[in-house]
Design a protein around this ligand. Sequence first.
Ligand SMILES: [Zn+2]
Ligand SMILES: [Zn+2]
Length: 83
Amino acid sequence: MEQKFINCSEPGHESNQANVICLEKNCHKHGLICSYCIIIDHKSHVSNCVPYSDFLQALSKINMAKVKESLNIISSEIIKWNS
Ligand SMILES: [Zn+2]
Ligand SMILES: [Zn+2]
């Protein structure tokens, strides 16, 4: 699968690639974010923000149904944003 990044949709971040995923389920902006976003909105849970490439790798390894389910929700959001 070819990896295609999209630019961040936050105002002022347009030139920044959204290549990080916030996995914090309590975060109202969880999903695909850029490095500016981490500094602005995700400072309190940086440990739950992972590089997109790591996320894809983890997704392919995970077998636990529950975890997979929540990750699928996030990835379907990303697919929505990409289309
Ligand atoms: Zn951003
Ligand atoms: Zn977050």
